[in-house]
Design a protein. Sequence first.
Length: 190
Amino acid sequence: MPVVLYLLDLPGPGFSQDYLKSRLPQLDNVELRASGDVASPAASLVGLLAGPEDGPWLALTGLAVAAREEDKPFFIEFAELKQAAYVPQLRNELQGKTRKLLGQFVSGNTDNSCSLVRIKMQCCAADAQPLNVVIIAPDKLTDVKPLSWVEVEGQVQFRKRRDKNEYLPVLQIKGRDKIKPAEPPKNPYL
């Protein structure tokens, strides 16, 4: 029996880093280079409504709105972020906001990118699918242990793929210090 299972390549590779990388969407058609900070949508709206005579008061209001939004980043659910990629209203709501995300680290195609992965399982391991969010950093991310659980804090962005009418969620982080080791959740599956 073991020989037959071996010849059938069973059991499968499990959830190794190579297996997860092979199941993730190819990101070759997505712009992944680090971009500058994106202004807060609310602050931009306040700036657009300003008249030349409004002067410093409106500028102060815009800064207060931006500071309140960025005051304390909180955790976002992995599934919520993935769903927002498909719903324009949710994309607009989250674009540019700073959020925290928990997942497993999978190295990327470049030293400055990686993926944060969670496994979505409906009923059993046979139907498990990896969900990922791309992380882009100005620093190299080569020192993080593959498949380790990490907490990442960054600016939510949605990048459109060139080959499809599809958006991918991206967290643009300010530095390597925004990736911190974390305890795995009690239930690692979504």
